[in-house]
Design a protein around this ligand. Structure first.
Ligand code: SF4
Ligand code: SF4
Length: 680
């Protein structure tokens, strides 16, 4: 029986972005309540005080709803709208930073146990990156690997509890930026200290000047971007491998009717890495075959998906807004969830099918889900236990209720900042110089990052329309997180999509066989973008600091507090960030003006807001053009007229990052490499 028959003629009661999601929504309706339907059925819009940042509930005299400019409508304690909106903004930054950073701490602990011989299965995969990290920790990178790894593990953990001094990776930022941070007193001392201090500042009766609060929020955010997140990315690369371009597929069509489907959802890659190893174990495959399946099909959701997509080419079933949809296919035996962005409703949706939702982290259990604690000392053994639970569910699958949409799309992912060196510069000239040259000569107008979540309250495909608009205007796009998955669904992560780019960008992309949108990883991997921006500065010809680059970031469908932390560390690092469709301090003009205007005077970059894809594109392209004008490169120049001063600047980069000499990026498989090999 066609399972769609029962929905025939029935109009969907509500909508969700993306055609395949809508298709699944029609499947799921009537079986169990899901987020799009909840958005629809709630009817009302979110409370404007809460949405705009002017509801305070930090003490029991509240909650106080504040109206800016109305004296009687200040908080009972007299708190102004600016103070309250800034406090709420700070709390989001602190929570977001704590999430990324606790993820970083988690992987640092796995790393520590692994290199001290207390954990099986994992090993050092990128020895050269280990040496890069050791260099920034002030260790001797030439030391014997095992000894060095132990010292790196200790130093990495110390970054979280450090009380004084500066976080080690601060030294990776452009020198001018470091000097600015020191002058402003916003260099983070230790990851935990900055998060705790910011929370303290926002509690009742402490920091009550919006300027002081918002400046402090940058210090905490920097502790995330150049601390917790960067530690997570680097240690994951050392343990599981630094990503290189890899082909894979995305969307719900990656689920398979004849296999045990196991989705890995959340953010931390160690469980998914272990599951990937266990799924290839002949013993496990045999057990799957015994129940009538051909084997185990692993598929990712959210950022855990991005992690294993980038390193192993494991397909992604869906982004944040697709987590319930994946279960509604009726074809998933188990959804393994670690931490962050897992909607409580997945446990409810799973109960309508034969699916097990299995929590594995001690930090994150879900009512109605099964809990199998992941043993970091025996990862593959733990993973096998989880897979056996999934296998046991396969015979219970009701084939008449299975509906797997056909949609899936080929993507190329794995563009770490190291890989970009090779793609654009080739193996023999690995450098950001070609990127800078192409920006200076106008072939590439600038670089835009589309990052962050997707959101059930956004109905249009803003990421997709925006990316198309940007590339058509010769802006190179990089993407992370669920935004990257959405862009993958739309086909923009494939080299063929270069045909949608403006003429000059297309020429550059076609020369190297590169997609117009580069997938740079998960949420914590936004730290890769910080390093890429620094590389552009250090390569020369585009100014001396990140705030001079024709580069900008955006999060058009931000949902999580983590996005606020990410945006704030980009702004604090000198890159403007556009949020949408709304901004969390909107109901205080004073606080919002400070973030949107005064931050530019302080940090050289500011926040902005936009609503539609067209608005975003206009704001971002204007900003890029403004930077080009400031650099004196606003008039496109043919290569032959390349300014000699710029050429000299490019010929002698200001700073050569230590990893250039280490060749730690592994092979890439793009056209340029093959051509170079042939030529050699
Ligand atoms: S701290 Fe002030 S504004 Fe906030 S809830 Fe208490 S009285 Fe109201
Ligand atoms: S991009 Fe946003 S929704 Fe997606 S996994 Fe990251 S934080 Fe969650």
């Amino acid at each position: 029986m066609d399972p769609r028959a029962r929905f025939k003629g029935r109009k969907p009661a509500c909508t969700v972005q993306c055609a395949v999601n809508q298709e699944m929504l029609e499947q799921i309706q009537g079986k169990v309540l899901t987020a799009p339907e909840r958005v629809f059925k709630r009817g009302t819009k979110p409370c404007l005080f809460g949405k705009g940042g002017t509801c305070c509930h930090v003490c029991n005299m509240g909650p106080c709803q504040i109206i800016e400019g109305v004296e009687e409508m200040r908080g009972v304690c007299g708190a102004t709208a600016a103070t309250v909106a800034s406090r709420n903004f700070c709390r989001m930054v602190a929570a977001g930073s704590s999430a990324h950073s606790d993820h970083g701490r988690g992987i640092a602990e796995v790393f520590y146990e692994t290199v001290h011989g207390n954990a099986e299965d994992f090993e050092i995969k990128d020895e050269n990156k280990l040496r890069v990290v050791a260099y920034y920790f002030g260790l001797d990178p030439k030391k014997e690997t095992k000894e060095l790894a132990k010292e790196v593990a200790v130093k990495a953990l110390e970054q979280f509890g450090q009380q004084h001094g500066e976080l080690a990776f601060i030294k990776r930022a452009p020198e001018k930026r470091q000097a600015k941070w020191r002058e402003l007193g916003v260099v983070p001392r230790g990851v935990d200290r900055e998060v705790v201090e910011l929370l303290h500042r926002t509690s009742v009766g402490v920091d009550q000047d919006y300027r002081s609060l918002l400046k402090a929020s940058v210090r905490t955010a920097l502790a995330d971007g150049w601390g917790g997140s960067m530690l997570a990315t680097e240690l994951q690369d050392i343990l599981f491998g630094t990503p290189v371009p890899i082909r894979a597929t995305v969307n719900l069509g990656v689920l398979k009717e004849d296999m045990v489907n196991v989705t890995v959802h959340g953010h931390e890659p160690e469980v998914a890495e272990a599951l990937a190893m266990a799924a290839q174990d002949p013993e496990i495959i045999k057990e799957a075959q015994k129940v009538g399946a051909k084997g185990i099909n692993l598929a990712g959701i959210c950022c855990t998906g991005n992690e294993v997509l980038m390193r192993r080419g494991i397909p992604i079933a869906g982004s944040f807004v697709q987590q319930e949809m994946a279960l509604a296919t009726g074809a998933v035996e188990a959804m393994i969830v670690d931490v962050q962005c897992i909607m409580q409703n997945v446990a409810t949706v799973a109960q309508a099918f034969h699916t097990a939702v299995i929590t594995v982290s001690d930090k994150a259990e879900i009512e109605g889900a099964m809990h199998i604690p992941f043993d970091h000392h025996h990862p593959v053994e733990s993973a096998k236990k989880i897979l056996r639970e999934a296998i046991s569910r396969f015979p219970k699958r009701d084939k008449s209720r299975v509906y797997i949409p056909k949609s899936k799309m080929d993507v190329v992912a794995g563009f770490s900042h190291e890989t970009i060196l090779y793609i654009l510069g080739g193996r023999f000239r690995a450098s950001y110089k070609p990127l800078n040259e192409n920006i200076i000569n106008g072939r590439i107008l600038g670089v835009a990052a589309i990052v962050g979540c997707d959101n059930f309250r956004v109905f249009d495909e803003v990421h997709v329309e925006l990316a198309k608009e940007l590339i058509a205007n010769n802006v190179l796009v990089v993407a992370t997180g669920c935004a990257a998955t959405g862009l993958g669904r739309a086909g923009l992560l494939s080299p063929e999509a270069a045909s949608l780019a403006g003429e000059s960008l297309r020429e550059v992309l076609e020369a190297v066989g590169c997609p117009p949108v580069l997938h740079m990883g998960s949420c914590v991997d936004n730290s890769r973008i910080l390093i890429a921006l620094t590389e552009m500065v250090n390569t020369g010809g585009l100014g001396e600091d990140i705030d001079e680059l024709p580069a900008i970031g955006c999060a058009p469908q931000w949902m999580s507090e983590k996005a606020v932390a990410i945006g704030n560390y980009f702004v604090g690092s000198g890159a403007c960030v556009v949020f949408g469709p709304d901004f969390p301090t909107e109901k205080s003009q004073v606080a919002t003006d400070y973030l949107f205007h005064e931050f530019k005077n302080i940090f050289g970059a500011n926040w902005l807001v936009a609503r539609s894809a067209k608005d975003f594109a206009a704001v971002m392209i204007d900003k890029i053009n403004e930077k080009r004008k400031n650099l004196g490169i606003d008039k496109p120049k043919p290569r032959i007229l390349f300014d000699m001063a710029m050429r000299r600047a490019l010929e002698s980069p200001k700073v050569t990052s230590p990893f250039h000499g280490l060749g730690c990026f592994g092979p890439t498989y793009l056209k340029v490499e093959e051509e170079e090999e042939k030529a050699a």
